[in-house]
Design a protein around this ligand. Structure first.
Ligand SMILES: O=P(O)(O)OC[C@H]1O[C@@H](O)[C@H](O)[C@@H](O)[C@@H]1O
Length: 300
């Protein structure tokens, strides 16, 4: 029988410091850099988070897989709403997916209470980092109990109102992308970034037959990824989010991606819990906003 004792192990993987946390039969690995969750699963079961077999544990470079944090803007800043674009003097030159995914974060605390373990990570802006609004502070909380929950909160300790976009860029494993679907997005509006950002409406479940890179809007809180190859559903329940990105690079883009095997697109996809486009966050001075998800699996 699994022990409920908390297991904590600090590891050095090439250039990165990581923490392996176990509780009962659940185990996760998180890198201090980017506060990036790298793996999560339960003993004897398939993983619930995908990490590239080519992931590079290098300083200053986000690892391919896990849950990179896109903050305080998602994707190409120049495609964001005007209030978010205002964060940076030159949106066209701003780094893709924001500023924090390859910054050092500090593990501030590990707590264990009521059968749950919680890790809190903080980071502060590096000197000279353009686009970081004065006084905006992110915090990532990772909670392990029967499920895994991530919460990214942003506190505006500055004196001006500001807007931000963000995403918890979850890479999820599937047995076969051709036999995976997301039924709960049926009927949602989406922007197809591969077709000049045309707005469309999802008809039926999302399925995958080619490169897919879409921003879904007005999304329901609970998205289930049905994996018919592995006979399970991955449940992703969002908090503080009404938008989601669904991404699979397919064959050609897979060849161009860093830290990504040519055939890896067959066994993964991203469902990113987000605040993007008209779901971007506005924060008055003194306010805090939080986005998060809980993740678990059930038989299909
Ligand atoms: O290679 P990156 O910067 O990690 O981005 C990966 C993908 O992230 C997704 O969120 C975007 O929608 C894709 O367009 C992008 O390719």
């Amino acid at each position: 029988m699994a022990s409920d004792a908390l297991r904590i192990e600090r590891q050095t993987r090439d250039a990165l410091t990581c923490w392996k946390i176990g509780l009962g039969d659940a185990e996760l690995l998180v890198a201090e850099q980017g506060a990036q969750l790298l793996s999560y699963g339960r003993r004897g079961e398939k993983p619930l988070i995908w990490l590239s077999e080519e992931a590079a544990f290098q300083a200053g470079q986000s690892l391919r897989g896990g849950v990179p944090l896109c903050w305080p803007w998602f994707g190409d800043l120049s495609r964001n709403p005007a209030a978010v674009r205002d964060l940076h003097p030159d949106p066209a030159q701003a780094p893709f997916h924001g500023l924090v995914r390859n910054l050092p974060w500090q593990l501030e605390e590990i707590r264990s209470e009521d059968g749950a373990a919680t890790l809190e990570f903080l980071t502060r802006p590096a000197e000279g980092l353009e686009g970081w609004p004065p006084g905006l502070l992110p915090r990532l909380s990772l909670r392990l109990d029967g499920r895994l929950s991530l919460t990214l909160s942003s506190h505006n300790a500055g004196s001006r109102s500001l807007a931000l976009s963000q995403a918890l860029h979850s890479y999820l494993p599937v047995g076969d992308i051709a036999r995976a679907s997301i039924p709960a997005l049926d009927g949602c509006r989406y922007l197809d970034t591969l077709d000049d950002w045309a707005e469309r409406r999802q008809q039926g479940p999302v399925t995958f037959t080619g490169e897919t890179d879409r921003i879904y809007l007005d999304t329901p809180a609970l998205l289930e990824l049905h994996d018919h190859a592995w006979g399970r559903r991955i449940c992703l329940e969002a908090r503080g989010s009404r938008s989601a990105i669904v991404w699979n690079p397919w064959i050609d883009k897979a060849r161009r991606l860093s830290q990504f095997a040519d055939d890896a697109w067959q066994g993964m996809l991203c469902i990113e819990t987000a605040n993007v486009m008209d779901d971007a966050v506005e924060l008055a001075p003194g306010e805090t906003a939080a986005i998060g998800f809980s993740l678990w699996s059930e038989p299909l």
